[in-house]
Design a protein around this ligand. Structure first.
Ligand SMILES: *Cc1c(COP(=O)(O)O)cnc(C)c1O
Length: 471
């Protein structure tokens, strides 16, 4: 501090008061229920008073912040006081979203949690993993579940593996704890899993894998996009860092692309500066985030803030519908296999049943309720050609490489999201060509099932088969 002027010191003192006020807001919200946090975040009456009384978080679309004088500028740019400076680094609207995300993902976690947001889920995966790959060493490797999103597979395999020469050690069966343990050695930088995974809904034991990672001094990073904090919060069961594509269920309207990295303070790693261990999310935001430039647009932040308010209600009802659809598909003669964590036939169902609960949810008798998300996949009898026929038969369910939507959407991953990883990569990821991934939306489940029934009817030589829907 000594190199700064007295004028700067005054702004630092003002900054301390601002930070204390915000810490207070945060601590007040930490005593509230999940829905209350989702609706309000840290935007309270005091914040509204500073924003012309607006009862919703205002959109700040200015690229930059004006400073009162040079002292103010110096204090802000030296990161000595809360400021937003420039929208690549930070932005007030984006900040409201980040605080809400940290509170929701940290719900029920006994410790400090921070969040940063990124322009997409992929930039969240990149920004959450790249900092651990500094100062390459011989034998440097990463250990990751092969049952992951196609973009993550390509980032690790192509960008990290083929281009940078990092040894990418894929875990082919994430339920096999010996496989995780056996792939970790002294040169491993991080352990990465996705659960439930997109598109095969594979489950893993976060608590057990985090113990294996921590014993080796490594962080466990979990992509929890499919579950959302409304159904599962990996930080509470051992993960160090959680990433989401906020594009998906968090912004179910489909109006924005975005991502987030949410980390507990004091992650397990021997890599990087102290700040990276102490507050990983803030570190990524202020330093690598500033230099790589993947900041979230404030407009997209606003779309996500708006949709997040009803996250728990949506995840509750869409999960219930998905369970009905999964059970329907499991009983259908033209379907070989259904992957949905809620089905007893699903490997790892016991783990899902232990960890996936609707936040603050209760049935008519006040008992906690399991909810398993609104993504499922199924294999059509008769191979790839039959799967394409069924897929082409949908009349309401959209054909798109998208999920998390309030509208039902289907894709064939082998020809879309997971096309570029090739036959070998798909085999490693246990992804057959006849698999249809289905995002169950907010429509009435009878109408969703009717569209599926009609489409599967094509295989029974009855292309004009119709069922009455509704009611
Ligand atoms: C979509 C998705 C991503 C990538 O997110 P984008 O917002 O599309 O960049 C990462 N992980 C999972 C599980 C996803 O479904």
């Amino acid at each position: 501090m000594s190199e700064h002027t007295d004028g700067v010191a005054e702004y630092v003192a003002r900054g301390e008061a601002m930070a204390a006020a915000e810490a207070h807001r945060r601590s007040v919200m930490r005593t509230k229920k999940f829905d209350t946090i989702a609706v309000h975040g840290i935007y309270d009456m005091q914040a509204a008073a500073a924003n012309q009384g607006s009862i919703v978080e205002p959109g700040f679309f200015s690229s930059a912040q004006h400073f009162e004088n040079s002292d103010h500028m110096e204090a802000a740019l030296a990161y000595l006081m809360p400021a937003w400076v420039y929208s690549r680094i930070a932005n007030p609207t984006v900040h409201y979203l980040e605080e809400t995300l940290a509170l929701l993902e940290g719900y029920g976690f006994d410790g400090e949690v921070s969040a940063t947001t990124t322009a997409s889920g992929m930039s969240a995966v990149f920004m959450a993993t790249n900092p651990f790959l500094e100062k390459p060493t011989a034998g440097m490797n990463i250990v990751a579940s092969a049952r992951c999103y196609g973009g993550t597979f390509m980032l690790f395999n192509e960008r990290y593996g083929a281009e940078r020469g990092i040894d990418v050690r894929w875990v082919s069966d994430p339920l096999d704890l010996d496989e995780w343990a056996g792939k970790i050695d002294g040169e491993t930088r991080f352990v990465f899993g996705e659960t439930p995974s997109n598109p095969v809904l594979s489950v893993m034991d976060i608590a057990a894998v985090s113990e294996i990672a921590h014993d080796a001094g490594l962080p466990l990073i979990i992509d929890s996009t499919v579950a959302t904090p409304a159904l599962m919060r990996p930080l509470t069961i051992g993960a160090d860092i959680v990433i989401h594509s906020t594009t998906k269920s968090m912004t179910a309207s489909g109006f924005a692309i975005g991502g987030t990295i949410i980390a507990r303070h004091g992650i397990t790693t021997g890599i990087g500066p102290e700040m990276m261990r102490d507050n990983f999310a803030l570190y990524v935001k202020l330093l690598p985030g500033r230099d790589h430039g993947p900041g979230l647009s404030p407009f997209n932040a606003l779309m996500t803030i708006s949709d997040l308010r009803t996250l728990r209600h949506r995840m509750d009802s869409m999960s219930s519908s998905a369970m009905q659809v999964a059970q329907y598909l499991e009983g259908h003669g033209q379907v070989d296999r259904v992957a949905y964590p809620g089905l007893a036939s699903m490997p790892g169902h016991d783990i899902a049943a232990r960890t996936m609960w609707l936040a603050d949810g209760a049935d008519d008798y006040g008992r906690d309720v399991n909810r398993y998300g609104h993504l499922l996949s199924f294999e059509v009898k008769g191979g790839a050609a039959a799967a394409r026929k069924v897929f082409d038969g949908f009349e309401m369910i959209w054909r798109a490489t998208d999920l998390g939507r309030i509208k039902s959407v289907a894709t064939i991953p082998a020809i879309s999201t997971h096309q570029q990883q090739g036959d070998e990569g798909r085999e490693l990821a246990s992804l057959p060509p006849n698999l249809i991934r289905l995002n169950v939306g907010g429509e009435h489940p009878n109408d969703i099932i009717a569209d599926i029934e009609r489409a599967l009817g094509v295989l029974e030589g009855n292309p004009t088969y119709r069922v009455t829907s509704g009611g």
